[in-house]
Ligand binder design. Sequence first.
Ligand code: GDP
Length: 366
Amino acid sequence: ANEFLYCIGCGAKIQTEDKQKRGYTPQSAYQKGIETGELYCQRCFKLRHYNQLEKVSTTEDEFLAILNTLSDKDALIVNVIDLFDISGSLIHGLNRFVGNNKLLMLGNKRDILPKALNDQRVSNWARGQLKQLGIHVDDFMLVSAEKRHYVDDVLAKIEAMRDGKDVYIIGVTNVGKSTLVNRILQSTGLDTNLITTSRFPGTTLDIIEIPFDDNSSLIDTPGIIHNDQMTSLLSLDELKQVMPQSELWPRTYQLNPQQTLFVGGLTQFDFVSGERMSVTAYFSQRLNIHRRKLAGADEFYLKHAGELLTPAIPQDTAKFVAKTIKIKQPTDVVISGLGWFNVSIASEVTIHVPEGISVYLRDPMI
Ligand code: GDP
């Protein structure tokens, strides 16, 4: 008999000692789980019942160890990315890892992007972004795991593309990979009692395999937190405030030069010079945007960070970097994982973001 028990959610070996480590389950839940035969680690339990994301500490090394084996497989690779943060949710060196296998890219969280844009446009836009970033995909689809939109289409596509082979699902954290895998499980009726886990060679990771049939499986792999994602800097509660839960809320401001927009305490947008212009900010509805004059903005931040300007990174750890950008044509200025500003005309702007968060420019989505 197997003397260890494994979480039926993530496959981690169940343990009751260390809260910080994978597979932690409180003693009471452990007993109950044994009785009912449904044993989840605390992380999976919370995710399932409270929709609460807990970070798992998967190291870059382990993540790479898994990716490095993919090119030796004969499989379909499905990479889930966050449409809201394409560049921030991409795996560096993706095509090299995938090798000669087919790659299906899923742009998740379609529901966050404006409904006013039809799917075809969003899809074309996303494909264009991928191309610009040098990513080759065999196919691309939109999906909204949370809202269960297009999940069946995704399944049909996977079935058509996999050609009887295994399917590896990969992605960095927070792209909605777990949500999607759960939706897929519900939708296919794949038997979760048949989930197996295996220790990934050379790592401490258990990976979950869900059999399609006797010869092939769906393999869910753990993600890593990209350090340039906002998710690496904020607490869970704060993340809930900044991550859009539903369609982004565009807010348009008529700005004069030498005016500033604060987005919570996380981003400062200075309109340095140019003609009076309109700027549309696309962020979570729950993030306050505060407009004021640029002069004295630093003192204003120091005084109000964490109060009027919330959420903010704790002052003792907060370190901001400023980036000055000369804009020549309509452009989206994207703050990785947080949202973006659409700037309509030629101008000079300065963006202040926490150190480590990337800022990039792209053609306007809208
Ligand atoms: P993972 O780390 O990639 O496994 O991501 P999760 O499945 O835990 O999801 C991360 C966060 O994104 C959670 O707060 C989910 O509720 C949210 N999420 C997942 N899919 C969607 C989606 O389609 N739309 C929206 N708006 N949120 C989503």
